[in-house]
Design a protein around this ligand. Structure first.
Ligand code: ADP
Length: 370
């Protein structure tokens, strides 16, 4: 969808901001350009919508060389979000969102509808905010309006330059979650600039780590960048605590799960006792006939007559496939449990995660970790 081929930018004063960068972004993919200040991230981004003209190489967007497209037409298909949003201060929030070229000339009802839809998408109530002015909003809210405005014309491509850089950490965290949710629904092709590795690995499908002069040090998915940095520069940049960061970006997969013995709610206590006594740990998971997770039993509580249903303990928490290992480990630690059961969308039991399984999963995702 976006392809940079040996792209370079030498500014008139002789600064080589980007020497020769080759990079592709697939349709629907979110790629983060990350690296220290001054490494050429913004310059790279701004070459895609021709706010900066490359001095060498080629940029192809959806099959067209961007230097051959009329800049106005080019930018119509590209949403652009920058750090200090650049909302028009004299226009209301609603009018700001409606300023994208494609909305001009459309009928007013349709525009109003679209503005409401976009504000809703970014988590701002239309009735409450549409008639306010930007200075009446917090930094985080202004940033949301910036995102709504960029999305209003439904451009296939978004360029985002430190979009959440100027807001406080809590608002930033919230904006990142919101944006992940939005992107999961819209699948825009996004090139996202940040100097924050945490933000990059949280949001991106692939991360491009740049060093000075726009040199591409590594281009890979977040678990690989964190788990198998290509060289010392990347290892330094992602930091010594990259193992913890990796937990946050590694999803739970079926193969990670451990399968302790299971019993049914209608099994007799005597039967369940036998199962548990043969197990490596004196516990069993209780699963209903329909495959749903009911709880667990332990050797200690399997006393007397009756059936398992009378002795079941419920699990405090469950996880789903695709949840992060960090979330799983947090639950295990918080509840002081050795097991975290994992269920599918229909609450059917799939297996359990243990601290050892979390560790093994981390190794799986980065076989070459030293
Ligand atoms: P980043 O976004 O990674 O912080 P930039 O792309 O903004 O990096 O800048 C890359 C390099 O180009 C820096 O050395 C910066 O000082 C220089 N630079 C940026 N814009 C200009 C300009 N208009 N004229 C001259 N040098 C510039």
């Amino acid at each position: 969808m976006i392809r940079l081929d040996g792209v370079g930018k030498r500014y008139p004063d002789g600064t080589v901001a980007v020497d020769s960068l080759t990079l592709d972004v697939q349709r629907g993919e979110l790629v983060a350009l990350v690296g220290p200040s001054g490494c050429g991230k913004s310059t790279t981004l701004r070459m895609v919508n021709r706010l900066v003209e490359p001095t060498s190489g080629r940029i192809v967007l959806d099959g067209e060389d961007v230097t051959e497209v009329d800049p106005v037409r080019l930018r119509r298909g590209i949403g652009y979000v920058i750090q200090r949003v650049g909302l028009f201060p004299h226009l209301t929030v609603g009018a700001n969102v409606a300023t994208v070229p494609d909305l001009l000339g459309r009928d007013r009802d349709r525009t109003r509808e679209r503005v409401a839809e976009m504000l809703d998408l970014v988590g701002l109530d239309h009735d409450q905010y549409a008639d306010r002015y930007p200075h009446e909003l917090s930094g985080g809210q202004q940033q949301r309006v910036g995102v709504a405005r960029a999305l209003a014309a439904d451009p296939p491509v978004l360029l985002m330059d430190e979009p959440f850089g100027a807001v406080d950490p809590i608002a930033r965290d919230r904006l990142q979650s919101e944006f992940r949710r939005i992107q999961a629904g819209l699948h825009k092709t996004v090139l996202f600039v940040t100097h924050d590795i945490d933000e990059a690995v949280r949001l991106a499908d692939r991360v491009a780590v740049l060093s000075e002069g726009g040199r591409l040090e590594q281009y890979a998915d977040p678990p690989t960048v964190l788990g198998a940095p290509a060289n010392d520069f990347v290892a330094d940049f992602v930091g010594a605590d990259r193992g913890l960061r990796r937990l946050a970006v590694t999803p739970i997969e079926q193969d990670d799960l451990v399968q302790p013995p299971t019993v049914g709610p209608d099994d007799t206590i005597a039967e369940a006792r036998q199962v548990v006594q043969r197990a490596p740990e004196p516990y069993a998971v209780v699963v209903g006939a329909d495959g749903r997770l009911l709880g667990w039993v332990s050797e200690r509580t399997l006393r007397g007559d009756g059936v398992v249903a009378q002795r079941v303990h419920r699990f405090d928490e469950t996880a789903s496939l695709g949840d992060s290992l960090r979330r799983a480990l947090a639950e295990i630690v918080q509840h002081d449990a050795g097991w975290l059961p994992v269920v599918d969308d229909a609450d059917r039991y799939l297996g359990v995660l243990t601290p050892e399984a979390v560790h093994a999963a981390l190794r799986r995702t980065a076989p070459s970790t030293p």
